[in-house]
Design a protein around this ligand. Structure first.
Ligand code: GLY
Ligand code: MN
Ligand code: MN
Length: 439
């Protein structure tokens, strides 16, 4: 078994949110089922906000938090037990389970939502809800409030304010607890092992999807049924397409392979990129560019520590990448001017990282007001600089074409600095070549 979040921790999260709610009411639906085709569905994945507050992984559920409500503050709407339906689609906690296993103070059938919600909304000033996140559900929420408006003459107080739930909740989610970090380390370990497996099996002539299969095999084998996002497995020119997911081309001798893949474990993501030579040996050009990216990544990681601000790793990466391109003759000019002109942009067009957590591009503000956010312990970010030199990049000699490189690790801000959770997969030229040769 892998580590998990305790019921106590879910309860503490609900309490912490309710403390900040100023007597309002929070409405938090989980995700709907999404049809894949006809009567086939995509695998169900709970909404991260809902999961964070409840741990309840069934579809068709809504959590309602009502601080100070005498009959109970945590109300869970969910599916009722139904032996016939459970035979077809799986077990359900039911209303009893919602109370006994998930600590709901009150549980109601999801089919009664429209009847019960207006009563819960009465006399609450603020409604905490993520408008725009939940598709058609927005209309139902607005419908309940409008229904109350029609009854003001009966002396009912209608909520007067909608507040974005994310404003409070996403700041909580930005800071990971010890239990969350444990899960994220485990997701990182599994993902690192999957990348090692890919490096070991890769040979010229294989198809990209055959390498993808190795990644997925390792994820599932270790209990992570789903990747945190569609794996990117791009050889040669495909490594220069940032979100390449076709994964259906042959892997050629002499090309690099860029793999961006991470698993999800109990709704927590890992997000790793490694780039390595299909045949196990970097060419001189590949090695030269790879080491520029690696130096940029190390410089960026070094900036992840309490007190530094969010953009410092990016600034460090840009500095090292530009200096490297200048040294290799790919850019010409004066370093500071090239940085000011963003001359690297045709070859480095994304940012150096993003928050990581339940969502791969996790929630949390990057700026507070006009100022970059300052790193604090418990935050988790990726650090992922790259260089992508597509064939025909203006002004760049042919010898550098079709080289796409990204190196991505997951980094926790700690009290003294940082912890890299994805160190289980090699990234120096020597270590990558040794792993590939040793298989
Ligand atoms: N895998 C998506 C990203 O690296 O941001
Ligand atoms: Mn990634
Ligand atoms: Mn990433």
């Amino acid at each position: 078994m892998h580590p998990a979040i305790s019921r106590k921790e879910f309860a503490a999260r609900r309490r912490q949110l309710m403390k900040q709610m100023d007597g309002g009411i929070a409405i938090v639906p989980t995700n709907p089922h999404h049809t894949r085709n006809r009567d086939t569905e995509f695998p169900f994945r709970p909404h991260s906000d809902f999961q964070y507050l409840t741990g309840f992984a069934e579809p068709e559920a809504v959590a309602v938090l009502i601080p100070g409500r005498p009959q109970g503050e945590f109300v869970l709407f969910c599916r009722e037990r139904d032996p016939a339906k459970e035979t077809w689609t799986g077990r359900r906690a039911g209303l009893e389970g919602a109370r006994a296993q998930y600590d709901a103070d009150d549980a109601f059938p999801i089919t009664d939502l429209d009847d019960i919600m207006p009563g819960l909304l009465e006399n609450r000033g603020k409604v905490f809800y993520s408008l725009g996140e939940h598709g058609e559900f927005d209309q139902r929420v607005l419908g309940w409030v409008n229904g109350l408006r029609a009854r003001v003459r009966a002396g009912i107080h209608v909520p007067s304010e909608f507040v974005d739930l994310g404003h409070l909740l996403h700041d909580m989610r930005l800071f990971k607890s010890a239990a969350e970090l444990k899960l994220m380390r485990r997701a990182a370990d599994i993902s690192a092992e999957a990348h090692c497996r890919a490096m070991r099996v890769c040979r010229p002539g294989m198809m990209e999807f055959q390498v993808e299969a190795e990644l997925r095999h390792e994820f599932i084998r270790q209990g992570a049924r789903l990747p945190a996002y569609e794996p990117i497995v791009g050889g040669g020119a495909n490594g220069c397409i940032l979100h390449y997911v076709d994964n259906d081309a042959p892997l050629n001798d002499g090309d690099l392979l860029l793999i961006d893949a991470g698993c999800e474990l109990d709704c927590y993501a890992a997000d790793i990129t490694r780039t390595f030579p299909v045949n196990g040996r970097f060419s001189p050009q590949q090695k030269a560019l790879y080491e520029v990216v690696l130096d940029a990544q190390l410089a960026a990681i070094d900036k992840v520590r309490p007190g530094n601000h969010w953009n410092e790793p990016h600034e460090a990466a840009v500095q090292v990448l530009t200096a490297g391109l200048l040294r290799l003759g790919i850019l010409t000019g004066e370093l500071e001017q090239l940085i000011a002109d963003e001359a690297y942009r045709p070859m480095y067009m994304h940012r150096t990282g993003h928050w990581l957590g339940m969502d791969v591009h996790d929630v949390g503000e990057y700026k507070l007001g006009d100022a970059w956010r300052v790193f604090e312990p418990g935050m988790v970010t990726t650090i992922e600089p790259g260089l992508y030199i597509a064939a025909g990049t203006p002004g760049v000699d042919k010898q550098w074409w079709d080289i796409g490189i990204r190196i991505e690790d997951n980094v926790v801000v700690t009290r003294r600095g940082h912890e890299i959770t994805t160190g289980g997969v090699p990234k120096t030229v020597a270590d990558v070549e040794a792993l590939m040769a040793g298989s």
